[in-house]
Design a protein around this ligand. Sequence first.
Ligand code: ZN
Length: 135
Amino acid sequence: MKKIEHIGIAVKNIEDSNLLFKKLFGKAHYKIEDVVSEGVKTSFFKSGPNKIELLEATREDSPIAKFIEKKGEGIHHIAFAVDNIRKEIKRLKKEGFTVLNESPKKGADNKLVAFLHPKTTNGVLIELCQEIDDK
Ligand code: ZN
């Protein structure tokens, strides 16, 4: 794993939270994206070298809807950048982590992503993400 790529925050209303985080960072989000397969709408903010992803559920059965129902709004996941996500999935499985995605899927922000189950990572949902090479 290379570095923290972004931190994901579950919110109830992304329009309200976009305004809130705009005040916090002093600049607006640079991207909004619907990830239909996950039932989420996301927006991304930059603060220096760091990125924050806000996530709002667009369906009742969305993982974000379930998360907010159980825990309320707040930090949902920490994403780490990796060079080779398939290799990393293999390595982490061997180390005993529960990987939620056998093969990586297309996430927001032009990334391949996979998640580790929080029960094997001290309650923290970990996202692995690899930049998709379009070239
Ligand atoms: Zn994320």
